[in-house]
Design a protein around this ligand. Structure first.
Ligand code: CA
Length: 224
C-alpha cells in the first residue's frame, strides 16, 4: 500500500513516515502542495494524508486537485484547524476521513485500516481465505493456530490482493503498489510471479489455495 504524506511540519511528517513504514506501508513525503502535485502525477497512491495548513496553497484546494489526479486514493485530512466548516468542506470534497491534530499514530493506522476494509467490503481485520485466516492487523496468515510465516513482501502482496479481492490485478499494478514506481527499464514482471509462487508453495503445504487465481494474460486475483 502506497501512502503520500502531505505535511509541512517535517518532524511530524517523518514521524508518520517512520510509523507507517513499520506498519508495512510504502511512503512518500511532500512538504508543499507543489511537491505533492509532482508526486501525485507520478502516482498511484492508495492513501493520501493531507494536512490542510500548507504554506503554498489552501489545503481544501489541494484536496480538490488531488481528487482529480488520484481519484482512486483514499483521503484522510489532518488539521489543527478544528473548525467544523473545514471538516464538512473536506468531507464534501470527497475526503474519506478526518483526524484533528494532535492524533495518535495508532488511531491513524486504525482509521486507514477501517477505510481499506470499508472500500473492499471486509467486515473486520480477520478474513477467512479458504481454510486460512488472514489477520490484517498483526499481519499474519494462519492455518488453524499455525502461522504460515510469509515474508514482509509476501504478506504485502497477499493483503493488497485481499483488499482488492475479486478484481484481477496486473503485475504492474501489484509492483507499483507494493514496491513503488518502476521505470520501464528496471521493471521485471517475473518478480511478482516468483513471489506468488513462493506464497503458493508455503500455503499449499497446509491446505488448498484455489482462491489465489492466476488470470492468464493479466495477472492475479483473490476470489472470495
Ligand atoms: Ca501545516
Amino acid at each position: 500500500m502506497k501512502v503520500l504524506i502531505i505535511e509541512d511540519e517535517r518532524g511530524m511528517a517523518l514521524e508518520m513516515e517512520d510509523f507507517l513504514i513499520k506498519a508495512g506501508y510504502l511512503c512518500d513525503l511532500a512538504f508543499t502542495a507543489k511537491q505533492a502535485r509532482q508526486l501525485m502525477e507520478e502516482g498511484p497512491y492508495d492513501f493520501i494524508l493531507l494536512d490542510l495548513g500548507l504554506p503554498d496553497k489552501d489545503g481544501l484546494l489541494v484536496l480538490e486537485d488531488a481528487k482529480k489526479i488520484c481519484p482512486e486514493a483514499s483521503y484522510i485530512i489532518l488539521t489543527a484547524r478544528g473548525k467544523l466548516e473545514d471538516r464538512i468542506k473536506g468531507l464534501d470534497l470527497g475526503a474519506d476521513d478526518y483526524l484533528p491534530k494532535p492524533f495518535s499514530l495508532l488511531e491513524l493506522q486504525s482509521r486507514m485500516q477501517a477505510i481499506s476494509r470499508r472500500k473492499s467490503g471486509l467486515r473486520d481485520n480477520l478474513v477467512a481465505l479458504g481454510d486460512f485466516t488472514v489477520n490484517l492487523n498483526t499481519r499474519m496468515i494462519l492455518y488453524g493456530d499455525a502461522d504460515i510465516g510469509l515474508s514482509k513482501k509476501e504478506f504485502d502482496l497477499l493483503s493488497y490482493m485481499l483488499l482488492n479481492k475479486n478484481r484481477p490485478l496486473t503485475r504492474m499494478q501489484l509492483s507499483e503498489h507494493i514496491w513503488g514506481s518502476f521505470s520501464d527499464d528496471d521493471y521485471d514482471s517475473n518478480y511478482i510471479d516468483v513471489h506468488i509462487k513462493n506464497i503458493r508453495k508455503k500455503l499449499t503445504e497446509h491446505g488448498p489455495v484455489e482462491w489465489l487465481q492466476t488470470i492468464r494474460g493479466v495477472g492475479y486475483k483473490i476470489k472470495l
